[in-house]
Design a protein around this ligand. Sequence first.
Ligand SMILES: C[S@@+](CC[C@H](N)C(=O)[O-])C[C@H]1O[C@@H](n2cnc3c(N)ncnc32)[C@H](O)[C@@H]1O
Length: 219
Amino acid sequence: MTTNESDCQVSEINYRDHWNTAYTKNPTEKLGWYEDKSIKTLELINRTNLPKNARILNVGVGSSTVIDDLIDEGYTNLIANDLSEKSLHDLKDRLGEKASEVTFLVDDLTAPEKLDKLNEVDLWNDRAVLHFFLSKAEKQAYFNLLRQVVKPKGYVLIAVFALEGAEKCCGLPLQRYDVGMLQNSLGEEFTLQESLNYTFVNPYGGERPYVYALFQRTH
Ligand SMILES: C[S@@+](CC[C@H](N)C(=O)[O-])C[C@H]1O[C@@H](n2cnc3c(N)ncnc32)[C@H](O)[C@@H]1O
């Protein structure tokens, strides 16, 4: 946790409240995970050569501007998910008229009630979400959902804190990953297309090493 993120304190953990509070009490650009442009995510999405009408599910999208940029690039079938309704409300507000291009789903990736109704997803996009799931049950729920909704030949793009990365974000402990751990979690159905290390510098100047991995469902 960065020192100035004082509004990200964990008391009793109701995760929905926790994240809503983080988004309510902090200006977006002061959130420890805020990047004004999702450069690496956009680069890797473009590498898939998916058509502009591909169904792209952005899980735990929060304050990310990736939806804004994908709309500007012409993508027309975007789904924005988060546990925090506040973050999706802010995103909707920011997008204005463009919000009509996006499906908003407030739902819990580890106990889905709406996300599990989706199918035929061409790309699952996660930056800085999976690493919050620590228990076996949470991880299983996340990967079961992913396998349920991502179509054959579909892509999975995951960016998480690398093994040498920080131990906490927004006051919450993390599971850090390398590419092999991501591959093991996804299983043999998914083939690694590309991976990279990227050190994100957060709004407080803190270095946050991430690993990005793009997989395709090939079996
Ligand atoms: C560190 S933020 C990253 C936000 C965004 N992906 C980005 O890169 O800026 C983690 C996000 O995951 C969301 N989140 C946490 N647990 C979740 C869950 N169980 N289901 C869906 N979203 C969740 C939080 O509300 C928050 O927006």
